[in-house]
Design a protein around this ligand. Structure first.
Ligand SMILES: [Zn+2]
Length: 220
């Protein structure tokens, strides 16, 4: 299982993560008990920190009452049912509700190469190129490296590369050091945030570079 970084969770707890990453982390939390627990812990730490800071404002009695409440075990609530959905190629993907707004801002789907499709998400504030990516069953992306940092959130189905197999909710981080060849047997819908174009490395795939430029120009 690929998780957000500790730093991302900390920023998320603090409400300081940017909107795109915050949606990705929220969707991951939807799938991951371990990170939900860790986030609760971080939130409690933040809450007790701010209590210490406000000690002079509240009376000591108020404070100890509050501290007692904080010490109570926190129940991890089951995540809310998903009600966002995306249709493509006659399939209806049920997505976590956090994605509602992004789904509404989705542009039209374009075939990038053979079995790979993308749809840009318009009008977001960050510098990322933000796209839904769909790989049809049996699809693959030619070997490539990443010029910048990319976060890929698996939404439906799964894909594999040289380093592992990734299912729904997994947040896969790729950067300039990684050279990989993603493939998907059953098909895979992802949300990808990229801060620079892909660079294809294998011989045949060099021909795809114009497509990758076209592809990444459509984002943002
Ligand atoms: Zn996790």
């Amino acid at each position: 299982m690929m998780h957000p970084t500790y730093e991302q969770l900390k920023l998320h707890a603090d409400g300081a993560l940017d909107d795109v990453q915050s949606i990705m982390v929220a969707v991951h939390l939807h799938h991951c008990d371990k990170c939900r627990q860790q986030l609760l812990q971080l939130e409690q730490d933040l809450a007790s920190q701010s209590l210490v800071e406000t000690e002079s404002v509240f009376g000591a009695d108020d404070l100890s009452a509050l501290m007692e409440r904080l010490d109570e075990p926190v129940e991890v609530k089951p995540s809310t049912p998903s009600h966002s959905s995306l249709s493509f190629q006659g399939r209806e993907f049920s997505l976590p509700p956090h994605l509602n707004e992004l789904v509404q801002r989705t542009g039209s789907w374009t075939r990038i190469v053979n079995k790979l499709w993308s749809a840009p998400i318009r009008d977001h504030d960050q510098d990322y190129q933000l796209n839904f990516i769909y790989m049809e069953p049996g699809g693959s992306i030619a070997q490539h490296t990443h010029k910048g940092l990319e976060w890929t959130l698996v939404l439906d189905g799964s894909f594999s590369d040289e380093n592992g197999h990734y299912g729904p909710g997994e947040l896969v981080r790729t950067d300039g050091e990684l050279e990989h060849t993603p493939v998907s047997e059953q098909g895979c819908l992802c949300l990808a945030a990229i801060d620079a174009p892909l660079q294809f490395t294998s011989g045949i795939a060099r021909a795809l570079n114009p497509f990758s430029q076209l592809f990444f120009k459509t984002g943002g």
